[in-house]
Design a protein. Structure first.
Length: 709
């Protein structure tokens, strides 16, 4: 048997076809593996794409900020808590003697203790965590340290008014923390009890309405008080002359110049005092405790948002709860890219940030969008950053749309957006994220279907808000309602004058109708009526004659004064036949009205002589008024224009200067027959006819007509 070697063996049938099949099989397996790898990598890239645009978790972002600095102040509240206040919070935080981490965020930007717990977990550091908003410490928690966080928060909330400001509130918080748990709990319990009992801390600042009230009161006082002094002084002075006074008037020939200028001077001094002291009393200048922010504070958020939009057309605020998930963000990016490629379309910039009255734009979404566009244009340096700017608020869920430079109807985007997109519905109100993802997707559909215009349009330039300084400043005191207050002050002064004049008139009328009571000695001359009754004259004569007799008995005056007093007293005794007690009985000798008046004048003259008063005359208008203060040409008769130079008491002298017509009413009349009244110097045979020549002449006349006794 012959053996063949391999080289000598002939090839088997079908060997070439097998090699071909082997090569095809290997190529198919390679293609299959490559296809599988491609299919597996595609979903991974699709999943990684939204993650690249996904903003960090709120707690993670805040933890990163606290890792850089234990005090993080948001840039979204520059009008009340500017970022430049961070060093002040850091300085106060050192008082707690424990690691303290402070977050200052807009109200409703988290869930209190849940947010603090999440931030603590992300940060991984124990300490005292405090969450503040524009009013003060909202939540506080201690992790791994012994600090009375909740008790200190309650003390700060209960002991301070709402407008104390976050910095002052945080200062009270750290001071209570430093006291320790026991004292903090006791203080919190005491503050809570006072609050339940009705105690409320007084507000530290006032508002524009309060300042208007202050201005109104100042205006009223500035005109009302001086006018009241000017108008009431003459009114009171006239009443002072008409009404009885407790002390006799000082004899004077006239009012000195300084007294005439006293009332205007007092009015002027009152006006000056009010004008100077009102700004010291109402010295408030600010509406709140907010400090003045810097220019960097006012632009920080706009710069942050514009920087984010320069890298991604969708900017979601990392300080706020996340309202868009990864899937919604990915779809929103696709819709924005699709709209940009459409006819008449263009860039769309979406910002999901809170809008509050305390932010740089004072809560104005249109102003915020315009500021972001201006910042984007400045950063690109290629002209205006035209596009559709969508402003979505994650706190209240509102969506606003503003067109700048695209071929869209700007007014339609401003006012005709469907309500579900702009404000949401009942479902969005109940959802934590306000269904922003669904509504933004609906907005992109609305933009796709919006009609295009021939030329680019814009929403216009929004109005600028008040500056923080002007917004926090109170109106000047001498402004706003100060001017109406001036007018009201004039009216009030006139009303008060009318009221006082009416009351004084009523009182004067009542006093004129009542019978005056008989007074003793000096007060009697001041209360003397112009129409006394016979009973009044009898009682007064008895009182004066008894007082004169007692004075002569007890006097230590010189012989000249005593002699003059005796002459006048003797004349009076002649008229009553020496019977003083008999004058109290009607019909007794010497009880006719004229005789009684003569007795009164002589008895008073005797007492005046003992006092060293040698004045021989009495008031010619009414002798019951007492000694004169001067002489003046006056007319006391109702008929004719004849004037006589008469001696007048101070009251009548003032009336002659101010109101001469009153002298007729002041003239003394005596009871006459049948209820008539007659002037005191007209009764026939009366010794009073010589009273105008003096009291001594009256005494001589009495002795001449009376029998010697």
């Amino acid at each position: 048997m012959t053996t063949l070697t391999t080289a000598e063996r002939p090839p088997a049938a079908g060997t070439g076809a097998g090699l071909v099949r082997l090569l095809l099989t290997l190529c198919g397996l390679t293609a299959l593996l490559l296809t599988a790898a491609t299919l597996m990598a595609a979903p991974a890239r699709a999943a990684d794409a939204p993650a690249a645009n996904q903003p960090p978790n709120q707690a993670a972002y805040l933890a990163d900020r606290l890792r850089e600095n234990p005090v993080h102040v948001t840039d979204q509240l520059p009008r009340v808590i500017p970022r430049s206040m961070a060093p002040d919070f850091a300085r106060l935080a050192k008082r707690t003697d424990v690691p303290t981490y402070v977050l200052v965020l807009p109200s409703q930007s988290g869930f209190g203790e849940d947010l603090l717990g999440a931030v603590h977990d992300e940060l991984g550091r124990d300490g005292l965590y405090a969450l503040l908003d524009d009013s003060g410490v909202r939540k506080a928690a201690a992790y791994g340290v012994n600090a009375p966080a909740e008790a200190a928060r309650r003390v700060a909330a209960y002991e301070l008014p709402y407008d104390a400001g976050p910095l002052r509130n945080f200062e009270r918080f750290v001071d209570v923390v430093a006291q320790g748990p026991e004292k903090a709990e006791a203080r919190a319990a005491a503050a809570g009890k006072k609050l339940r009992d009705g105690y409320e801390p007084e507000e530290m600042y006032i508002g524009p309405a309060d300042r208007k009230n202050q201005s109104f009161v100042t205006g009223i006082a500035l005109t009302g008080v001086p006018l009241t002094i000017l108008l009431l002084a003459p009114c009171v002075r006239r009443a002072h002359r008409r009404f009885p006074r407790a002390t006799p008037p000082r004899p004077a020939a006239g009012r000195p110049v300084w007294r005439r200028l006293l009332t205007p001077g007092l009015a002027l001094a009152a006006a000056a005092a009010i004008a100077l002291t009102a700004p010291l009393v109402f010295d408030q200048t600010k509406r709140s405790a907010a400090p003045l922010p810097s220019a960097a504070d006012m632009t920080a958020r706009v710069e942050r948002v514009a920087d984010g939009l320069a890298r991604d057309p969708v900017y979601v605020d990392p300080e706020s709860p996340q309202a868009l998930d990864a899937t919604q963000l990915s779809r929103l990016h696709d819709r924005i890219e699709q709209f940009g490629r459409s006819e008449g379309g263009g860039p769309v910039y979406v910002t999901v940030v809170p809008h509050l009255p305390e932010d740089e734009s004072a809560g104005d979404e249109e102003l915020f969008a315009a500021a972001v566009r201006a910042e984007l244009s400045k950063a690109d340096q290629v002209g205006e950053a035209d596009g559709v700017y969508v402003v979505a608020d994650p706190l209240d869920g509102y969506i606003d749309v503003f067109n700048h430079g695209l071929r869209l109807e700007s007014l339609r985007l401003l006012y005709d957006i469907p309500e579900f997109i702009s404000y949401g519905d009942d479902r969005s109100d109940e959802a934590d994220d306000h269904l922003l993802g669904e509504r933004l997707d609906a907005l992109m559909t609305y933009l796709d279907k919006s009609p295009r215009t021939d030329e680019p349009t814009t929403s216009g330039d929004p109005a600028r808000p008040l500056s923080p300084e002007a917004e926090n400043a109170l109106p000047p005191l001498f402004a706003t309602d100060f001017w109406p207050g001036l007018f009201v002050g004039v009216v009030a002064a006139l009303l008060l004058l009318g009221l006082v004049a009416g009351v004084l008139g009523i009182v004067a009328a009542v006093l004129r109708r009542r019978i005056p009571a008989v007074l003793r000695t000096q007060a009697l001359t001041l209360a003397a009526p112009s129409k006394p009754s016979e009973a009044y004259l009898r009682r007064t004569a008895c009182t004066e004659l008894s007082a004169a007799g007692q004075a002569i008995t007890e006097t230590d005056a010189g012989w000249e004064a005593l002699a003059l007093a005796w002459e006048r007293f003797d004349a009076a005794m002649f008229l009553v036949d020496g019977d003083i007690e008999g004058m109290s009985s009607p019909g007794a000798p010497g009880t006719d009205p004229a005789t009684l008046l003569a007795v009164i004048v002589l008895a008073r003259g005797a007492r005046n002589a003992l006092d060293g008063d040698t004045n021989d005359r009495c008031c010619a208008v009414n002798p019951l008024h007492g000694p004169p203060a001067g002489r003046r040409h006056v007319r006391v008769l109702a008929q004719g224009n004849r004037r006589r130079r008469l001696s007048l008491c101070p009251l009548c002298l003032d009336a002659a200067n101010a109101t001469p017509y009153e002298l007729r009413e002041r003239r003394l009349t005596l009871p006459g027959p049948s209820g008539t009244r007659v002037p005191y110097d007209e009764p026939a045979g009366s010794p009073l006819s010589v009273l105008g020549d003096g009291i001594n002449r009256l005494a001589d006349r009495v002795r001449e007509t009376s029998p010697a006794q």
